[in-house]
Design a protein. Structure first.
Length: 295
């Protein structure tokens, strides 16, 4: 995740957070395995809220707050299982997960945990009507992000739709991802699930891996790799809600650039992508050119 002057890195396997400079050189390593202040178990997702870095520590069921220099500030536990976190200037910590069956998010504070972002009524499934067995465990797959205008956006992992709310909880709109993208990504995802033994053995296999706000108000939906007919790799879509556009984020797929199939992509200052090469513990940087909003 990009911050002024560098990047914070968490991979979920190492119980430490690493701060890199703009040249991707290590500057500082924070944390160790444990349950105490500044300690982690499975820190796998990072988010930024103003001058704080939020670390989603799924192993400890909490979010840890760091300064932009990496100093520990505080930690806050959340209920249930979580699939994403975001900080809001008015609402505070928002956690996407399963704490409230009829809401996407939990608003977490020291005083109480409250529901936020009601799921559209027509999308709520009664457990008795579901084909899934009652004892089957399925991890949540929704993502959450806050754009500079204060809107809260949830990427519904089941329906591949972006559901947006105002800070007062009012539903602003629902936008589905492009049909061709849905068909391709869902097909590839189903093939991977079957290769791993089927849904009875796979707890989670999200199509959208991340939802990140960009500096210009758009959103980056990071997806699993998809190879186009001309041999390029699509690593996500830049979502423009004003124009209702989903612009592919495309990289070359030749053998000299293995990072094109990166597990995760982050965009820094709209002109640079930082990528995690598949099956490696390393990072690469590449220039990107996003379509201008005012073209």
């Amino acid at each position: 995740m990009a911050v002024p002057g560098g990047y914070f890195v968490a991979d979920g396997l190492d119980p430490r957070i690493v701060l890199l400079d703009e040249g991707l050189n290590p500057v500082r390593t924070m944390g160790r395995e444990g349950e105490g202040p500044g300690e982690y178990r499975l820190p796998w997702h990072l988010s930024r809220a103003d001058d704080r870095v939020l670390v989603h520590d799924s192993g400890n069921g909490r979010v840890t707050y760091l300064t932009l220099e990496g100093d520990f500030v505080a930690s806050r536990r959340f209920p249930g299982l979580a699939s994403g976190i975001a900080g809001h200037p008015e609402l505070g910590l928002l956690v996407a997960g399963d704490a409230f069956p009829d809401h996407y998010l939990t608003r977490v504070s020291e005083q109480a945990h409250t529901a936020f972002g009601p799921i559209p009524a027509e999308w709520i499934v009664d457990p008795e009507d579901s084909d899934d067995s009652a004892d089957k465990v399925q991890l949540p797959e929704d993502r959450v992000a806050v754009t500079p205008d204060g809107l809260v956006h949830v990427l519904d992992g089941d329906r591949l739709a972006l559901v947006s709310y105002r800070p007062d909880g009012e539903l602003v709109g629902i936008v589905f991802l492009p049909k061709e993208m849905q068909a391709r990504e869902v097909k590839q995802n189903e093939e991977m699930i079957e290769a791993l033994g089927g849904r009875d053995r796979v707890l989670s296999s999200p199509v959208v891996m991340s939802l990140t706000p960009l500096d210009d108000g758009r959103l980056l939906a990071g997806t699993t790799s998809a190879v186009t007919a001309d041999g390029l790799v699509t690593r996500g879509r830049v979502l423009d809600l004003e124009r209702l556009e989903a612009i592919p984020l495309v990289f070359g797929a030749d053998v000299d650039r293995p990072w094109a199939r990166a597990v995760r992509v982050d965009i820094d200052r709209l002109d640079r992508a930082v990528l995690n090469p598949m099956w490696t513990a390393s990072l690469e940087a590449a220039p990107v050119r996003l379509v201008d909003r005012d073209r």
